[in-house]
Write a protein that binds this ligand. Structure first.
Ligand SMILES: [Zn+2]
Length: 250
């Protein structure tokens, strides 16, 4: 082989190596992007709407049969429901699977028990945000149900004590809503509570700061969007499930 032939081969090999490095780099970047997108679904009532419901209650009511269909669809599409507690303590580049989803349930309604039973039957997880002043009240989950849900792997998060608009509260009341609800839920579950759902989606920089100093790692909003898998996120976005959301946008 001539020197020219050897130089041609070296040149071709160099080009191939460059292409390989480029491919690996792009694949790496893509995998980080994919693993970072985590859709968070927002459910309220898991109940069959009644003709006497007002428009709001109807919109917030998703039937157990349709909820079951959502879970079937997630399983068929290869999605794994996790909780906020399952998110790694590191920034993207983590080991979160590409098809990960978080199911959240607001307000601690008694009918969320049906959602829990369906999740437990399938060995799946969800995050339930509880208004602590409503525990044991008619239409809401009771303390022993919340404990059992937690023991079965569900994450119990705070939806504050009274469901006030946190963004308008003076500091002392804001702190008691955030801290007291956490204490009550930790006493019931004997586990740390690290997530809070802002009542009516209302929050502010002061509210986020209060969450951080009180030991929360996540604040869930009602803003539409998907989320980065990061260690602390006080602006978790959601996909809102309406009564008519029969097909998941995933
Ligand atoms: Zn609420």
């Amino acid at each position: 082989m001539t020197l020219f032939g050897i130089l041609i081969i070296i040149h071709l090999m160099y080009n191939l190596l460059n292409k390989f490095i480029f491919f690996v780099s792009v694949a790496g970047l893509l995998s980080i992007t994919f693993t970072a997108d985590i859709p968070v679904l927002m459910y309220h009532h898991i109940r069959t709407p009644s003709p006497t419901d007002n428009a709001l209650l109807r919109d917030l009511s998703f039937s157990p049969a349709n909820f079951s269909k959502h879970l079937d669809y997630l399983a068929e599409s290869g999605y794994t429901p996790i909780t906020l507690k399952d998110l790694p303590h590191t920034i993207p580049g983590n080991n979160i699977k590409s098809k990960t989803v978080i199911l959240t349930f607001d307000d601690g309604y008694a009918d969320n028990w049906q959602a829990f039973l369906e999740l437990r039957k399938r060995k799946l997880k969800g995050v339930f945000f509880i208004i602590t002043s409503q525990i044991n009240k008619p239409g809401h989950l009771n303390a022993s149900q919340i404990r059992e849900m937690s023991q079965s792997g569900m994450e119990i998060g705070s939806h504050t004590v009274h469901h006030y608009n946190l963004s308008t509260l003076k500091v002392s009341l804001l702190e008691s809503e955030v801290v007291q609800s956490k204490v009550v839920l930790e006493n019931i579950t004997s586990k740390s509570v690290i997530s809070l759902c802002y009542p009516s989606g209302k929050y502010s920089p002061a509210v986020m700061a209060a969450l951080k100093t009180s030991g929360y790692r996540y604040g869930r909003t009602t803003l539409p969007g998907v989320n980065l898998a990061i260690s602390a996120n006080y602006e978790i976005k959601v996909i809102r499930i309406h009564n008519y959301s029969l097909k998941l946008p995933l």
